[in-house]
Design a protein around this ligand. Sequence first.
Ligand code: IPD
Length: 278
Amino acid sequence: MNLPDPLDRHALAELARDVAEQAGRLIVQGRPDRLEVSSKSSRRDIVTEMDQRAQDALCEALAAARPDDAILGEEQGGRPGTSGLTWVLDPIDGTVNYLYGLSPFSVSVAVVEGDPTTWGRWSPLAGAVVIPPVGLTYLATLGGGAMVQDAHGAREVRASSATELSMALVATGFAYGAELRCVQTRAFVEIIPKVRDIRRTGSAAADLCWVADGRLDGYFEAGLHAWDVAAGQLIATEAGAVLHGLGDEVPNGELYAMSAPGISADFAALLRSAHRSS
Ligand code: IPD
């Protein structure tokens, strides 16, 4: 497949940003007083009517702009394509925060090449994450760096210069299933004495953006899907952060981690030993 040239990637990132910002406005301004909620893989894994409405709006806008590309979203409704590119969407990442009126929740839109249903078989070319409660929009293109836009304008983002794991602020998240949560909790107990502290923000996409701009030094989680991370991954790696999994494997559902370059070797070793003994 011929990869889109850098100029096209820039146009793809702008499209990702525009549709994500539109969806961000929809979920904030269109939120009804009484939100309809149903459950997915477990009673804790929920989808609100606004997740579906935002995904439908994203699909409509992307299909109109890029009719040959496939779409894979967290919620129902996607489409096959012929171009070799797939838009990977999380219309509300942090749905539980959104339901409870907490921050952050985000809209994540990435365009990837490869097969985003299988870990290790896809890579992002462009992406954007909008975090409406804090007014931040992050975007990146492969090889073109990562930026954040806020009320004051746009600036390039860089991962933190942390070098000492014991002083690193890291984030994590927990799966919806009780069994995986128990494994994650056992690993957590091994990790927390070795770092400055751990945050659980509730949005994997926001966590990755905050590793990208140095608000966090690292992030790890198990049980994720491509739609949680595709855009944030590109934003963080373009900002100089290091992507890692368990050992030499590519990051996957078993462990997905991102950290500042100065702590990545120590963080990866800690995560490996914590998860192997869990
Ligand atoms: C969830 C969030 C959360 C993470 C969960 C994800 P959703 O996404 O990213 O931070 O811990 O693993 O499933 O369900 O709100 O789109």
